[in-house]
Design a protein. Structure first.
Length: 429
């Protein structure tokens, strides 16, 4: 079994980079900066690390998380807005704004490598009974990449009438239905887990001419193809205190591989005729996490992507490092208020700033409600109606409603601070 797991992870990590980033599923994850692999518990462990399903003290129940994140990469948004305003000025006969110098400057902003716009959305429902979870997740990834045209020929109209600078919009809506299971190996603190799932993927494609179209996303649905692929996730979670009872702060180490068989989904015919690959890839992704609990009410976590993942934006990659903390107020089985904060940084984009994250929740008896948000430390300038406005490079939000039973939630002291099953030498005497 160990050899099989190691081989599967090797396949995941040696696979080509995936065409989607890692989504921060659930407000607990988002509030902690995306660090969740080593603290995955409850029904949603099936997404973050299926090994978390097999821990001895764990919760059963139903979780319903929803979250969204958007990001502007490079200067494509600023350039597109400038180009559209210049086109309108040319139409209105405003010679002060309708100049080739301004138009070329706007096109150059669009043409920067790695510039684009992307968003990812995740929602789902997970039902866990003991070590087994049944889940349905819907994950959507959309990205817009520029294709520039420096033609400023004014014959027969304004200089931008024949300019074909455009945004290529590509995306994937993946609905995964599956089962997850985890189990501890003897009483070692080492837990293995796996998900078996089927994914219905809807790949879409559209091109929008930025100088003349204010909205072209409505046509996106006209170019979609649906296909089906099976997929496998594998996870490992090691509670080191179970192996070495004298270790302080209960260190945990987690590793997970998502979609290790690298499923691909058919692209629409329009995408293929415009030079796209025949399939939208959902290649294997790997992530590692470490967690510590200095006290029963305080937890620290760190994650890092082991794969350098492509995104729906041409030339832009993601490899996130996340750190987060959770502080539990009251910290009782029937009442808890978790407070969370974290940071997330894209290691593949040296120019990107860190994203600040925060969240909180209310856990009352069996009902849990959590919210979280994130915002980039860097901003993008946008010209709108002659005024310069700044928007965060990325931002997002998440919410969760859960009904848990048969155990304790991940925020409670017993779930994350159980006593070791193997007593220390001093306890045996």
């Amino acid at each position: 079994m160990k050899k099989l797991l190691a081989a599967a992870f090797a396949v995941s990590l040696s696979a080509p980079a995936g065409a989607v980033p890692w989504h921060n599923m659930g407000p607990r994850a988002m509030g902690m900066g995306g660090a969740q692999v080593a603290v995955a518990q409850g029904p949603l462990a099936s997404y973050w690390n299926p090994a978390g399903l097999g821990q001895l003290y764990n919760t059963s129940g139903l979780e319903i998380p929803v979250g969204i994140r958007a990001e502007f990469t490079g200067t494509v948004l600023e350039g597109s807005k400038d180009l559209n305003e210049i086109y309108n000025a040319c139409k209105a006969g405003n010679a002060a704004v309708c100049t080739q110098a301004r138009a070329r400057s706007a096109i150059s902003k669009i043409n920067n490598a790695g510039s684009g716009v992307m968003a990812d959305f995740g929602g789902g429902m997970s039902l866990k009974i003991k070590r087994l979870t049944v889940f349905v997740n819907n994950l959507t990834y959309v990205g817009g990449s520029p294709k520039v045209d420096f033609n400023l020929n004014a014959a027969g109209g304004t200089m931008l009438d024949n300019n074909q600078s455009r945004i290529v919009v590509r995306g994937l809506n993946a609905t995964e239905v599956g089962i997850g299971y985890g189990r501890e190996i003897l009483e070692t603190g080492l837990v293995l887990g796996a998900n078996l799932k089927g994914i219905v993927g809807r790949a879409g494609y559209q091109e929008i001419t930025v100088s003349t179209e204010t909205s072209g996303f409505g046509k996106f649905n006209d170019n979609i193809k649906t296909s089906f692929q099976p997929a496998v996730d594998l996870g490992l979670l090691w509670d080191m205190r179970e192996t070495f009872p004298s270790l302080p702060m209960r260190p945990r180490l987690g590793v997970v591989g998502r979609n290790i068989n690298s499923p691909g989904f058919k692209n629409p015919d329009r995408a293929v005729t415009h030079g796209e690959r025949s399939k939208f890839p959902l290649n294997g992704q790997g992530r590692m996490g470490l967690a510590l609990s200095p006290f029963k009410f305080w937890h620290l976590a760190m994650d890092v992507d082991l794969t350098n993942n492509l995104t729906p934006v041409d030339g832009y990659k993601s490899r996130y490092m996340s750190v987060g903390t959770e502080l539990n107020v009251f910290n009782r089985p029937w009442l808890n208020i978790p407070l969370r904060a974290g940071l997330q940084k894209n290691l593949s984009d040296t120019g990107s700033g860190a994203s600040y994250t925060a969240g909180f929740g209310l856990n009352f008896i069996h009902v849990l409600v959590d919210v979280a948000g994130m915002v980039s430390s860097k901003t993008t300038s946008v010209q709108s109606e002659g005024k310069s406005e700044k928007v965060p490079n990325n931002f997002g939000g998440a919410v969760r409603v859960a009904f848990l039973f048969g155990g304790v939630d991940e925020g409670s002291r017993d779930a994350l601070n159980r006593k070791p099953k193997t007593p220390a030498a001093s306890e045996k005497k």
